[in-house]
Design a protein around this ligand. Sequence first.
Ligand SMILES: [Cu+2]
Length: 501
Amino acid sequence: MRRTLLFLAALPAFAHVGSPDVFLEGAAGPYQLFVTVRPPTVIPGVADIEIRSSTPGISRIRITPMPLTGEGSKYPPKPDEARRTKEDAQFFSGSLWIMATGSWQVRVEAEGSAGRGVLSVPVPAVATRTTTMDLTLGGTLFVLMMVLVAGIVSIIGAGVREAQLEPGAAPPAGNRRRARIAMAGSAVFVAALIYLGNSWWTAEAKAYSNNVYRPLNATVGVDGNRLTLRLANSTGSVRRRFDDFLADRKVDDFIPDHGHLMHLYVLRWPEMDRVWHLHPDMAGSGLFEQNLPAMPAGDYRLYGDVVHSSGFPETVVAELKTAGIVGAPLEGDDAAGAGPPVSEGPADTTAANLGDGWKMIWDRGNAPLKAGAAMLFRFHLEDAQGRRPSDMELYMGMPGHAAFVRTDGAVFAHVHPSGSVAMPALALANPGGSAPAGGSMANAAGGSMAGMDMAHMTMSGAISEVAFPYGFPQPGEYRIIIQMKRGGTVETGMFNALVSR
Ligand SMILES: [Cu+2]
């Protein structure tokens, strides 16, 4: 029954899949901010920025767009003022023009009673669609163009026929004939102009559509339990122009994200009842390899996150069908999880059974889940008596990892407690160790607490709750996969969420 729901909205593929908005929770000096950047869908275009401060006392916030790396990142333009909303003194909003495709950052500068602080938010900016002219406007313009054409032709005809005559005199037959020839000639000439103009415009449009984002291609191979993923850039260049960011993407310039060049989620499809969080090694240019664990026969979806040296993140998507894999035990940071099939049970769940009486709880509250709304997703572990564990650990430097997947596969986002931005991009945007939560998460047990949201920690410094800043990009049915580490084991909780418009 639930499967009969249809969602027709076209979803742009993106750094995450179908989830272009950027969510970041971090510290701008003394102020704890939750920043949402909604990038434009066409470039150049306007990005919308929302900033909520959980620290009072901010008097003004200024926002600046600039490239994340390279020369342009050293010369910020004049900042724009973010407006404080009337209803909420802690909430600011603004908009910025993003002029070119690429790896950008929005610098957020907060000033107030506690002093000044800066937080830079990495923003991948790519066109995800071409805008088409609406039919009414197109039709009107076409009619106007035909009126102009008729006007030009008849003016030329009238000129040849009557320009030399006294007012009121009837044009002689020779004039009429010459006028007809001139009108036919000018009609052909104008038609040729329109044809050339149309060809030029079509070529421009083609060049632009070539600039619409397509993720790197991934070709899957399996030999025994050895998985290979071969990446390639399928975006060609019609002709070189200054803005060829997408065509120029390489497949050998990746930088590690918490210690790994690729984070690969393998999901049994379509039920998402099994998940593996793997970390393939790079074996050559664009070539990733991984020893697969034992996997039952079936269909699988693969979502692999990589980050280019420019800080531009991408998710490659691939499919795998297998008659079953006799695998190797998991190693290192690799982890596996299981849950109920997504089509079974309610569309909304807030508890996941982990075995031995342990549960993972989604502290959801009663607010309905709405597409587009930025919010914190809070989770905790508890035993059969409802007690929270005292042996929580960091998993790959983080209190938790989340994947938000729409059941039709059109949305996939890998999110951390600092938000949806890729960690290395965050480090590039905030050099000098001032990277907010996540970047400094390795210090959570002690040392610098810069950027850590203290509310997520107990007084003893142990992790008791993990919160992920995120917003569903579209309505629909989602599976949320949460991983937290306790007593040396990675626990995987799976939840269902029904998101309304
Ligand atoms: Cu992660």
